[in-house]
Design a protein around this ligand. Structure first.
Ligand code: ADP
Ligand code: MG
Length: 362
């Protein structure tokens, strides 16, 4: 239904979309996720020509919509768009908001338009608000009216740009419920959203946008459970990490500890966990010093918000192998480390020894 080839978009010097290649089929529900500023809105706006792409092609039902001879208003009618900020006419009634486009753009008769509007208001649960003014409604109600208005134009696909971002948390679910219903009825939808649980259970495909690309495209299962690429993984797991290089025996332990504490506090980790991290690191450094000839350590702390786990990645240079196996297994330091961690994995690559340790909770 929609095919995009090598789509690019620049704003002056800034390249927002580098090269987008996708297809959206009839009846698909696509959610588009990714960090802010990665061009999600720009992408939707290019699709319905609110922005003019800098390069590439967009085909809707095999019609090249960037071709000069294409009837743009007609194409645009096939694609409804719902924005973060509703965009209703606040001085008109709900009914007038829903009929004005039908009458002016589609040439429908007033009665026919009103009948259609009423059916759609029932669908979004707002039939009794037909005569209210748009600015008398709550945010969630306004957004449902905006969806009904969009449907009143008989679009073939609806593009949603963060439809719940401007809402009070209490109103998010009523809007998502309406979108869910449209999805169930087989409407083709493309939804930019930060609501990950919603995205996971409503869509049949997820686009993760980053670096001006659809960086990863997959089933919700793949994207949320088993993302294949690094940036997707970091975004999905909301991994935040802290990195520290130690290359001399005289490194500033106090400064490192202070930075680690700051990092942990920022992620609201319990005090006890912070102490455990510091304790493990102190023991690790001692063991490393007794086993390794040189001090060449790359330390990473990685906190995953989604899993609520903290991982220590202790990577050291040299050919000693697993430093934890090079010492007396009754060593108190090793016992401390084993006690405070859930799991320890060792791997080595190019003379770098890597220990991945997950901390125990609580
Ligand atoms: P997202 O929706 O993923 O947060 P946007 O598509 O809104 O990202 O924006 C992507 C980038 O393009 C941002 O850096 C933004 O500042 C820039 N941008 C968006 N619209 C314009 C515009 N009309 N003029 C100049 N820069 C823009
Ligand atoms: Mg946006």
């Amino acid at each position: 239904m929609i095919r995009v080839e090598n789509l690019s978009k620049k704003f002056g010097e800034l390249t927002v979309l580098k090269e987008i290649n996708i297809e959206i089929h009839k009846g698909e529900v696509i959610s588009i996720i990714g960090p802010s500023g990665t061009g999600k809105s720009t992408f939707l706006r290019c699709l319905n020509l609110l922005e003019t792409p800098s390069g590439g092609k967009i085909f809707i039902d095999e019609i090249d919509i960037l071709d000069k001879s294409t009837d743009v208003p007609k194409i645009r009618q096939k694609m409804g768009m719902v924005f973060q900020s509703f965009n209703l006419f606040s001085h008109l009634t709900v009914m007038e908001n829903l009929t004005i486009g039908q009458i002016k753009l589609l040439g429908r008769k007033k009665e026919e338009a009103e009948q259609k509007a009423m059916d759609l208001l029932k669908l979004v649960g707002l039939a009794e608000k037909a005569d209210s003014f748009a600015d008398e409604l709550s945010g969630g109600q306004k957004q449902r009216v905006a969806i009904a208005r969009c449907l009143s134009m008989d679009p073939e696909i609806i593009l949603f740009d963060e439809p719940t971002s401007a809402l009070d948390p209490t109103m998010v679910s009523e809007v998502l419920a309406v979108i869910r219903r449209l999805a169930k009825e087989g409407m083709t939808l493309a939804i930019v959203t930060h609501e990950m649980d919603f995205s996971r259970d409503v869509s049949n495909r997820v686009f993760y946008m980053d670096e001006g690309l659809i960086y990863e495209d997959g089933s919700p299962q793949q994207i949320f459970e088993n993302p294949q690429r690094e940036k997707t993984r970091a975004f999905i797991n909301r991994i935040r990490s802290f990195n520290y290089k130690i290359d001399s025996p005289d490194f500033d332990l106090y400064a490192m500890n202070a930075e680690i504490e700051r990092f942990c506090e920022k992620h609201v980790l319990p005090k006890k966990m912070i102490n455990n991290v510091l304790l493990i690191l102190e023991e690790l450094m001692m063991i490393n010093k007794s086993v390794s000839k040189e001090i060449d350590v790359n330390l990473t702390l990685s906190y995953s918000e989604k899993r609520d786990t903290l991982e220590i990645i202790f990577e050291s240079g040299g050919d000693e192998g697993n430093i934890l196996e090079k010492i007396d297994q009754d060593e108190i330091g090793l016992m401390i480390i084993n006690n405070l961690t859930e799991s320890i994995e060792y791997s080595s690559l190019n003379n770098r020894n890597k220990l991945n340790m997950f901390l125990k909770k609580g």
